[in-house]
Write a protein that binds this ligand. Structure first.
Ligand SMILES: Cc1ncc(COP(=O)(O)O)c(C=O)c1O
Length: 359
């Protein structure tokens, strides 16, 4: 019996995509970004598929602890670091590496007596994103302060993050690279700059580590492209089934608020998936859905447990027939456009009731 809604996860595709990252960045070490439950794919299973990555990155401490408890031994960097002494202790206890981006974190490190092993630190520069990190002189001062912290492993590593690398015409990325390179000149630590868009779009950035996220899951970081354009394979596909087929007369409306009106007598299919599963509520009519492998258009509003499609081109479709919402042959990037969002939110948004099938 197939579940009403399920995702299929192709872990071979994760490994394939990691190899593609290596082709784009052959002289770099790879810190695979698996925060937010590995972009909705399952943090532990993805970590286990990524044994060839040199390190892993998560956003939050609890994600790192979870990986350690699952027996993952690679270096794990916590991109948000710690905010209090208890969190710092936990990072030491679990052997997690910290991004340091505030003066308060440095004070906590100064208060900490020596520990063996010490804490591996990535000092974050704000090179123009204006989110996390130190700017200009504060960055140099923070670096000097970390040199004097007995708990900090030396050398201190150096990290920044791109704001607009997915826009190849925007000068901002070049500026960020220059700002970062000037700030770290002469510092001996390892350097890390590029996310997926940086890896593919800015191949001449000099650093030691790259930090791919989205491309590991098979998606394009560039609007108007799909992962396939860059030799990537989708990892997640989302599936459901037809649960009812009916005829609706011309002039009648379908679904909540009656936003869809049939222009002609229409054979519609009701599909067992909705925003309660992570199929985006704002996906527009005409978004493609695969029924029996053939594209049909979404009609009406997405409701919590169901969507409706126009089955005019599929006169033989019937309850039980397989449906794909995204996956091979129907890129999640394309569905994201119909939902006025980005593939990240669709992948991260799959809910708990959706079954998971590993392949
Ligand atoms: C600091 C940092 N590095 C790398 C990444 C990976 O980015 P992407 O998924 O676009 O490759 C992220 C993701 O948001 C991030 O916050």
């Amino acid at each position: 019996m197939t579940p009403a809604a399920y995702v299929r996860l192709d872990l071979d595709a994760v490994r394939h995509n990691l190899h593609q990252v290596k082709r784009y960045a052959p002289n770099h070490k790879i810190m695979a970004v698996i925060k937010a439950n590995a972009y909705g794919h399952g943090i532990t299973r993805v970590a286990r598929a990524l044994t060839e990555a040199d390190g892993l990155a998560v956003a939050r401490l609890d994600e790192g602890v979870r990986l350690r408890k699952a027996g993952i031994t690679q270096p794990i960097t916590v991109l948000q670091g710690f905010v209090c002494s208890d969190e710092l202790q936990s990072m030491l206890q679990h052997g997690l590496d910290a991004v340091v981006h505030t003066p308060q974190q440095i004070e906590l490190l100064q208060q900490q007596s020596a520990h063996n092993p010490g804490l591996t630190v990535w000092l974050k520069m704000d090179s123009g994103m204006n989110r996390l990190g130190f700017k200009n002189a504060d960055f140099a001062n923070a670096y000097q302060a970390l040199l004097r912290c007995s708990i900090v492993e030396q050398p201190v590593n150096l990290i920044t993050h791109f704001a607009n690398a997915d826009d190849l015409l925007d000068d901002k990325t070049r500026c960020q690279i220059d700002v970062f390179n000037r700030a770290i000149e002469g510092f001996p630590g390892q350097r890390s700059i590029a996310n997926s868009a940086g890896i593919i779009g800015w191949p001449n950035v000099i650093s030691d580590w790259v930090r791919p996220g989205l491309m590991l899951y098979g998606c394009s970081p560039f609007a108007g492209k799909t992962g396939t354009d860059f030799g990537l394979r989708p990892v997640m596909s989302l599936h459901a089934r037809v649960i009812a087929v009916k005829n609706v007369s011309a002039g009648e409306t379908v679904g909540y608020s009656g936003t869809w009106q049939c222009k002609v007598d229409t054979r519609i299919g009701v599909i067992s998936i909705g925003y309660g599963d992570g199929y985006h509520r704002h996906t527009r009519p005409e978004a493609p859905v695969l029924v029996n492998g053939q594209r049909v258009p979404l009609i009406g509003r997405v409701s919590m447990d169901m969507i409706t499609v126009d089955l005019t081109s599929q006169p033989h479709a019937s309850p039980g027939d397989p449906v794909t919402l995204w996956g091979p042959g129907l890129p999640v990037e394309e569905i994201a456009r119909y939902a006025d969002t980005i593939p990240y939110t669709l992948l991260c948004g799959i809910t708990q009731r959706v079954y998971v099938v590993e392949q």
